[in-house]
Ligand binder design. Structure first.
Ligand SMILES: [Zn+2]
Length: 130
């Protein structure tokens, strides 16, 4: 479907390539040790360009979420109501994701486990209550 493919330009390319190979990866700074997502050309903590990719172990917790009751793109019409969540990996980086659980069971700080899914012919990181 058009208009919903991820932007694979720049440093994000390695992120999506890793997902295609079954791993959720984030960037680790060689200079200060900070971990970050989304991918950037430099460390957001110390501005060093020396970044390496590291695979997430899979543990995370739920920071916040919203529930969409209306589809803002036809591709999502069969999914409403669905949640869009901010998840914090055990390693520190946060990402926007989706929790594979009934929306009324979501709780702040609930422990989560990574579960890679597929949507629109693209591997995506999703989470399930741990
Ligand atoms: Zn750094």
């Amino acid at each position: 479907m058009s208009g919903i493919a991820p932007d694979r330009s720049g440093p994000a390319a390695a992120y999506w390539d890793a997902l295609d190979r079954g791993r959720l990866c984030f960037q680790r700074c060689w200079s200060c040790g900070a971990a970050q997502l989304p991918a950037r050309e430099e460390c957001t903590t110390c501005l060093s360009p020396d970044l390496a990719w590291e695979a997430a172990a899979g543990g995370a917790r739920l920071i916040s979420w919203v529930v969409y009751h209306r589809a803002y793109h036809d591709a999502f019409a069969d999914m409403v109501p669905y949640n869009v969540a901010v998840v914090e990996l055990d390693e520190g980086p946060r990402l926007i994701s989706n929790i594979l659980a009934p929306n009324d069971t979501l709780r702040i700080d609930m422990p989560l486990r990574l579960e890679l899914g597929r949507r629109f012919d693209q591997a995506i990181p999703q989470f399930r209550p741990a």
